[in-house]
Ligand binder design. Sequence first.
Ligand code: ATP
Ligand code: MG
Length: 384
Amino acid sequence: MLAKDCEKKIILTGDRPTGKLHLGHYVGSLMRRVELQNSGKFDEINILVADDQALTDNWDNPKKIRDNIIEVALDYLSVGIDPDKSFICIQSAIPALHALTFYYMNMVTTQRLSRNPTVKSEMALRGFNGSSTENDNEAGLPAGFFTYPVSQTADITAFKATNVPVGEDQLPMLEQAKEIVRKFNNTYNCDVLVEPDIMLPENATQRRLPGLDGKAKMSKSLGNCIYLSDDPKTVKNKIMSMYTDPTHINISDPGHVDGNMVFTYLDAFLKDDSQFAEYLPEYKNLDEMKEHYLKGGLGDVKCKKFLLKIMEETLEPIRAERAKWVQDIGSVFDILKAGTDHAVKVTNETLNECRAAMRINYFDDKPSIVADWEAWEKESHQAQ
Ligand code: ATP
Ligand code: MG
């Protein structure tokens, strides 16, 4: 069944509780989630704190995951996720996701999994070399990490999600999910599972925001982030020391804007030209500012100060909202519990449908199991 054929429009998205959420999450996914939530166009929005997935490369440090569950929930609430409109749930407390992962493991080959480009680059990042560890210095590849795209398929399909708003690194995961959906539905001749559509940010820079060092994507695991919960002084320090253009030594030197993080972040965070009128009136828009930098005569400090103003327009309201929620962590916990209870209910329904399609729903199917057995018994007697 294709997403467009479904009656309900359902969103599933989530994050690994491996640390506080950062600006990459904000532009890649959180901002969009809030827009979609408030658009009123979706029947259901589920946001999953993917703690099981986080354990696949943090199995030796479950405390880190435990500690970050509330942090991630606080980040959601701070950016405008509204518990009256969206459910927030915890992956490990939803048993149907584990069962579905187990069935989907048979719908994919190890060869197919090893071609996933995001998993490949994440393996390299974590030093999971994929071979067994004769050399103690080289980490082998945990089966749980290798197969996490399968568990992610379980997350998406268990909610019958039609739309998944995520960053660009998730494209291969969505492709994998679609393949598993097709294989499952074909194998068991059913239309239980729904093919999800990815929703990427329209702005190319927002799809994969690079880190402050300009080297890779901003990522909790790389420590190159501005966190949504950073205080103003920290944000200022991070922006003032961010990577710009090493060839732009004197203000009068011509500079580069491509690969220069100040301009990359301006591309991602500027809302409209009125922000120039307010904070940097000598330019009408970003094109004019870039032109000046390229030509020479515009200093990095001035650009960074402008970026700081723009950044704070985004971060200040988030901080203010967070300050309210931290007064009442008990309520944050209750929101997680309510979202998880809802998730258990809807995912159990999908699991039951899958088991029925596979005809392994034994205890719901006593009459036909008894009848099948009796028919088979009769046939074998006749054959004797
Ligand atoms: P980890 O390092 O633990 O993998 P992460 O920083 O990559 O953490 P995830 O929890 O893996 O964050 O990602 C959650 C969501 O945020 C995904 O939808 C992902 O596409 C999006 N996302 C993460 N980092 C970025 C980024 N730098 N730019 C755009 N989107 C991002
Ligand atoms: Mg990640």
